[in-house]
Ligand binder design. Structure first.
Ligand code: MOS
Length: 732
């Protein structure tokens, strides 16, 4: 099914099941510990052996030799595979650093060997006996040192970009020079770790030349193709299965070393092998959100109209890697006739930088939305009002290209009202509650809405059960539930008549869980397959599908009313289809919006920051399930508190690795850090997104929150810190 004009009325609009705050279908399995995560799938293959991955202890250089004799002789050891046993393997989708093979070491904790034994403890013990002779080389580990000579990076086609790699509209430099009020500020954000609960883990088993991977992965079709490519085997010989995922945040968008090494180890051992990456390997072997240095310049008239806006960012990555696209939202969020955005990319010999929840916008909004706060205060204009004054309903780069639906103003106005913004004294450092200096901060939230092709298969059996099969994943987001709601709505059956099977590459390929496109895109694929199934049902029953109403477990047309199950009495009905998108998303800019409001207290003696209240008002199209959507947004808000106040991978600039490589040293918010959080969704639909009229919220919830925390701290204390995270030492 092709989607290229805005959606009209359709069965989803009945909202009998879709739009209800249904509990998560997988919730009881997860909360009772009965959902089997990748490493726990003891039943999928007999005689599972344990693989333990060794990471390189140098950040750059060469492996001269590996001595495995002692390890191979150790108790319980079945096999040892080292990086010198295989040539350098190719890269999978979105891989930029080599995962295994050959003698080159590109970053610290790059996998150099896997030891396979009867038990985990035996494999780990034997791994200490592997002797590796390295030839180390000097590396580059300091972004600030590399940034001054970092070359331009092209984030996309870069239309209108000059020789310096910048994208321009109008004459930024001229307009900025003439602006009566000017802000020129530089912000820095830190390397961050996904820190998901479930580490990367895989069980691999070979059946002849056919490989099955039970793993933890957000994008099943990518994983299948990548594994085939990396191992040089036909794609049809690979099956990937990932029904439950204990968090991903972008760290599992692609195949990582656990999958590759489990496959190689299983081959060498001649039996199934399971591999989980240890916490230090999650930090240094896999990927992270790269640190950025961002310069924002805003020029405005005294009445608060932006006339010039520029955002430049430099980040680092392994050679061949990609930049953190921290300037993208600045192309779209505010009006202004003269604009400049630019990315530069420094080569670093640290582990690979890659996507982490809302890549680009998450760090980019930290800079832009603090800059907007600084500008509002220079102008003496309320920061909510300043943002509203510079709203745009069209893409500022292409004025003939409107936003499909944009209500940032509605988010900010309703948020201000509900949060009690009017009571805020604009002067900083004035409000006090005992030991605490109290401040309120605001920021806009912004994240683009992408749509992806997504396929599904639906079955109707003689018992009236509707079964949905797709390789869509549920990374803790609620995919099982909203897909069941969609199928129930389309087929007119109660939710308990629907079975959802996810995460198996033998099912039709879905959009996968990434870029907050999963909910809208995957349910749209189910919509397409159900539309086909409805036609098949009508045909069986000898009625015109256009006249048929699917409701209450029945098919009704005119005077006819037949149980849905009757259509499958003569045999199961199966329908498969995909939702594909034309250029509608190019003709209209689809984005999601939020107003983030935060109140903090800052201890007057110690500068400890406590977040006291948070409110997010979101405008993100139809909300398919207000309960799971709210959970997504409060998860994002929590992550925003982490980015603002605590999350930082600390670089050892001499030895070239992330030092705080575990959940003891890498600080993330815990319950005690999180106060009252409230989420309000504006009641809206976006008919240009898909027949579901929905958009993503999973990343929106994060974008801008950290800036609202920072702005609240400045309001509380009068101190402006531009270096994230805002740890208390920077406030003293
Ligand atoms: Mo997201 S960083 O695309 O999982």
């Amino acid at each position: 099914m092709k989607f290229d004009t805005p959606a009209g009325q359709n069965p989803i609009d009945r909202l009998r099941v879709v739009g209800c705050p249904t509990d998560r279908i997988d919730g009881k399995y997860k909360t009772t510990g009965t959902a089997a995560y990748a490493y726990e799938r003891h039943d999928v293959a007999d005689h599972q052996a344990y693989g333990y991955v060794l990471g390189a202890t140098i950040p750059k250089g060469r492996v001269r030799a590996v001595d495995t004799a002692a390890a191979k002789a150790a108790a319980g050891v079945i096999a040892v595979v080292t990086t010198l046993d295989v040539p350098k393997l190719g890269l999978g989708t979105m891989n930029y650093a080599s995962l295994f093979g050959g003698d080159r070491i590109q970053h610290y904790h790059q996998a150099v060997a896997v030891v396979v034994a009867e038990t985990f403890e035996q494999a780990r013990a034997a791994s200490f006996l592997v002797r590796i002779d390295y030839a180390p080389e000097a590396g580059r580990f300091d972004l600030a040192a590399e940034a001054p000579h970092a070359p331009p990076a092209k984030a996309d086609s870069g239309e209108g970009s000059g020789a310096d790699g910048a994208e321009r509209v109008g004459d930024f430099e001229g307009a900025f020079a003439q602006a009566p009020v000017q802000l020129d500020a530089t912000y820095t954000t830190s390397d961050e770790s996904h820190a998901m609960m479930e580490p990367h883990a895989t069980i691999a088993a070979w059946d002849g030349d056919r490989l099955t991977l039970w793993t933890s992965n957000q994008m099943i079709a990518w994983a299948k193709g990548s594994i085939a490519k990396i191992l040089g085997i036909p794609k049809q010989n690979v099956r990937v299965d990932s029904p439950y995922i204990g968090g991903g945040f972008g760290g599992k968008l692609f195949v990582r070393a656990d999958a590759v090494l489990a496959a190689l180890a299983a081959k060498a051992a001649g039996r199934p092998v399971k591999v989980a990456l240890t916490r230090p390997l999650v930090a240094n072997n896999t990927t992270h959100r790269p640190a950025t240095i961002q310069r924002v310049r805003i020029g405005a008239t005294r009445d608060g109209t932006i006339t010039a806006i520029a955002h430049e960012s430099v980040s680092g990555n392994v050679p061949g890697g990609v930049p953190e696209t921290a300037v993208d939202q600045t192309k779209l969020l505010y009006a202004g006739a003269n604009r400049l955005t630019a990315l530069r990319l420094a080569e670093l010999d640290l582990p690979e930088g890659n996507a982490m929840r809302a890549p680009g916008e998450a760090p980019g909004m930290l800079a832009l939305e603090v800059a907007m706060d600084e500008m509002a205060s220079m102008l003496g204009i309320d920061p909510v009002e300043f943002r509203i004054r510079n709203d745009t309903q069209v893409d500022p780069n292409q004025p003939d290209r409107p936003f499909s639906h944009r209500d940032l103003v509605g988010c900010l106005r309703l948020g201000a009202e509900r949060f009690g913004w009017a009571a805020r004294n604009p002067a900083p450092g004035q409000a006090r509650d005992g030991q605490w200096l109290v401040g309120m901060g605001v920021a806009a939230g912004f994240r683009n809405n992408l749509v992806m092709k997504s396929a599904a298969r639906v079955r109707l059996d003689a018992a009236g059960t509707v079964t949905v099969e797709t390789d869509m994943t549920d990374i803790g987001t609620g995919s099982y539930t909203i897909i069941a709601q969609t199928a129930a709505e389309m087929m007119g059956v109660p939710l308990d008549r629907v079975v959802v099977r996810l995460g198996d590459s033998d099912h039709p390929a879905a959009a996968g869980s990434g870029g907050q496109w999963g909910a809208n895109s995957a349910t749209a694929g189910v919509y397409a397959a159900c539309t086909k199934l409805r036609e098949a049902v009508a045909q069986r029953l000898g009625i015109n599908s256009a006249d048929a109403d699917f409701a209450g477990g029945e098919v009704r047309a005119g005077n006819l009313s037949v149980p849905l199950a009757q259509a499958a009495q003569a045999g199961e009905l199966v329908a498969e289809d995909a939702m594909e998108y034309g250029d509608l998303a190019k003709r209209q800019q689809q984005s999601t919006f939020a107003g983030h409001f935060v109140e903090v207290g800052v201890d007057v003696d110690t500068a400890e920051v406590r977040v006291r209240r948070m409110l997010a008002v979101c405008a993100a199209g139809r909300i398919l399930n207000p309960k799971s959507a709210r959970s997504q947004v409060i998860g994002g808000m929590t992550m925003g508190v982490g980015a603002a106040l605590m999350e930082k991978l600390s670089v050892d600039k001499k030895r070239g690795f992330f030092v705080n490589h575990d959940l003891a040293g890498y600080e993330v918010p815990v319950h005690a850090d999180i106060p009252h959080q409230e989420v309000i969704f504006l009641d809206e639909v976006d008919p240009t997104s898909s027949p579901m009229k929905a958009k993503g919220v999973g990343e929106l919830g994060l974008c801008g929150v950290g800036a609202a925390v920072a702005n609240a701290i400045t309001h509380a204390t009068g101190i402006r810190v531009r270096d994230f995270p805002l740890t208390l030492d920077k406030l003293l």
